[in-house]
Every structure is written in structure tokens, then in C-alpha cells.
Write a protein that binds this ligand. Sequence first.
Ligand code: SIN
Length: 485
Amino acid sequence: MTLQLNDASLLKYQAYIDGHWVSADNGKTLTVTNPVDDSPLAEVASCGTEETRRMIEAANRVQPGWAATTAKQRATLLRDWYNLIIEHQEDLARILTAEQGKPLSEARGEILYGASYLEWFAEEAKRLYGDLIPAPASDKRLMVLKQPVGVVACITPWNFPCAMLARKIAPAIAAGCAVVCKPASATPLSALALVALAERAGAPAGLINIAAGNSKTIGAELTRNPLVRKLTFTGSTAVGKQLMAACTDTVKRTSMELGGNAPFIVFEDADLDAAVAGALAAKYRNAGQTCICANRLLVQAGIYDRFAEKFTRAVTQLNMGCGTKDGVDIGPLISSQAADDVYDLIEDATHKGAKVLTGGSRGTGSFIQPTVLSNATTDMRVFAEEIFGPVAPLFRFETEAEAIQLANDTEFGLAAYFYSRDLSRIWRVAEQLEYGIVGVNEGLVSNEMAPFGGIKYSGQGREGSRYGLDDYLELKYLCLGGIDA
Ligand code: SIN
């Protein structure tokens, strides 16, 4: 792979198992492609059941030792890793753009975003307090210890290959868990580079293991192996359900960050310019390929036309192109297949009566023009399905009750957004939206300090924030009797 990096040794093509960079047992590789045109970029070791088992066994070997380290030792590793990521931000961003396609400015942002989870959990590790419970008798003392859940399997997606890996590994390491990771086959290079920096930061052999390969084969071993005590996954609801089912036999804990279908509601009393800016950010970040992207823009009738006009004008200014070029806002989708799928949604909507206000065409390779559709209706696929592309359908509503009904009319419950300046409405609507995350007069809601996660078919568990450690901890109740009071 030809990529201008300051530190070319960050490019890793092998799996990292028990402190060694290794090829697949059978020498197999998978091809990483350039999303711009699906051309081959690199060959990466494609591992299977045996390599996965060795990762798990290595993690299991170091697990008791790591659980016994002090919080400060765990924090120091995370902090040193964080510092190395910051030092290598530019190289990591270049690797990310090459395999994922997002504009370099966004890739730099993702590296900082991912690193922020390491910094956050380095700090949280030191605040992993237990509890002392008032006892029912004077000769007893009741206590709660928080202990690491054990070996954690992390399966990460291609849309944020650095940030999602960091968001899973950081709390696991902070809590005292060893990890085995399976990065998305489309974007393993970013994940492998991140792990290379963990090795430099001094992660002991076996603490962090990673192997790319066939999702079904690796997933099967991760879910059935009893040594894995928790599985954390970010990806589609369909795959999440399969993983959850496969984890029942060994009664594993699971955290699932699954699909979304975010409503973005603009009420008549909204600050229109702020709503347009918020919608741009919530819809077109990462070319629309995030689980929390605004999927359905619900706009109140009285301001529908004005919002549509201002929003369309803003979308027309977005620059589409290769992520490596300066000034690009919208890169390619992850593959030409993904672009075909998104284009099918546009065609379905226009056949059913949607009007294209801007964009609407299928560019070459993996590009879809940033698109705004008006007159969207609930019988269109864009109402029910996650678009995962730069397409904004505008739906019209009349009343607040109708907006809430439309917003909640989905099996998903990850993120929702609304714009209003009426304080009573803000409380009413925020409390009735059936979502794990609600942006009120704000289109960018992700950060390491806040709990990220959904309800309904969008999953379970929370990542980031002070709650994020709980998913990696077991509670142990100690009842101490015979105290001479
Ligand atoms: C995701 O799409 O899964 C993550 C998006 C984010 O962290 O903002």
C-alpha cells in the first residue's frame, strides 16, 4: 500500500495474538479496498477459528493478573496509549481516510474522538468505587465490590473503525478486563494501527488481541467459547440479534450498539438557522453513515417551505469528492454496493412521489450526491429503514402530538433530535421520545462524557460516560458477619 506516513511501521497487515504479529495459520488474506472505486489497497491476514481460540486463551491467561493491577497502573497504560495516538494523529487519520473514505478533516476528528475515550477511562479507572450498605443487624457489614467481568470480545464496525474500537477497549482495560477484537473487514488497518500503538504504550502480551477475518467464523468462536464472558458489538440490528442469540448458551453479558432511524423534528417555534445547521451536522457527518444520523426530517407545516429552501441551499454548498482532497465535505460511501443500496432508497421515494430538491443522482464509484427530498411520506422505505447515506427526506406534520407519534413509529430507539424555543414543549417532547439519546437544539451529541446507546431494537448497554464502566463490571455482595458491635 502506498501511503505517505511519517511512521510507516503503523501499517500492520497481520493479526496481533498474545503479543506477536502473525499471519493467518493457512496464509489466507482478505483484500482491503479503496472506497472511492473499490480498487485493492492492501492484503490483511484473514484469521479463523484456531487463531480466535488462541486470542481468547491468551487473554484468559493474562486476565487474573490484569484484574489484580492497581487502578493507577491501568490508568497509566491508557494515558500512555492516548498520548501516542495524539502524537500519531495525522498518520492514523491518513490510514483511516484511505480505507474508510471519510474526508481527512473528519478522520482527524475521529482520531481525537477515539483518543478521548482512552483519556476519559484512564481517569474513570481511578474512581471505580464500591459501596457500603447500611446493614439489617448491628453484627453485620454489607459491602459491594466491583470486579472485572472477565475476557471481553469486541466486534467493531467500519464507519468509525478507530473511535468504536477505543470506545470498547478503553472501559474494558480500565475495569481490569483483557480483550479480543475483531475489526470490520472493510477497515482493519485503522484498528491494527491503534493496537500497534497500544503495544508501544506497554500493553502486556495477551491483554489486547486483534484479528481480522471472516465475521461468521470468528463470531462463532467468540460467542460459543465459555472463556469469553462478555461480547460488545456495534453494527446492524440483524447481526446484533444473531450474536445475542449465540451468546445465550454460555450466558455471556452483551452490549449492543445497533441500528437507528433518528427523527429530526423542526417545530414552528424553532430558530430556523440553528435547525438548518443542526440538520446539516446530524445528517451529513461521515456522508450519512452513522447510526445516529438524522434519518427522517419531520418539519412542521407552517415552516416547511422556508426550512426546505434554507436547508437545500446549505446542502447545495457541500463539496463531494475524495476524502484526501482539501475542502471536501462528503466522501464516498464505504463501497459501490452501499451506494447502490442508498440509490435504491432514493428511487423508491421518487417513484412514490418525493421531489428531489438537490442531488438525487448516483455518482461514479461509491459516490451519492448529497440529496434532499421533499414530500416524503410514511409508505416510503426511507421512513422505516436506516438510510446510511447522504439523503435527507423531509416529512410534513401539523401538530406536536403527530410529530411525537411519527418520531416513535419505528422499531429503533437510538438517537432523536428536535428544535424548539418553547421550554414547556422541550420538556414534554424530550420525555415522550422513545430514544436513548435526544439532541435538543443540537445536532452533534457524541462525546466521551455522555452515555451513548439505545433502546428497543437499537440495542442495550451504554458506552462512554461514568455509566460506561458498568457494562464491564460485575457486582459482588459481601456480607460480613460476627462483628462485635
Ligand atoms: C455509530 O455510528 O455507531 C457511532 C456514531 C458516534 O459515535 O457518533
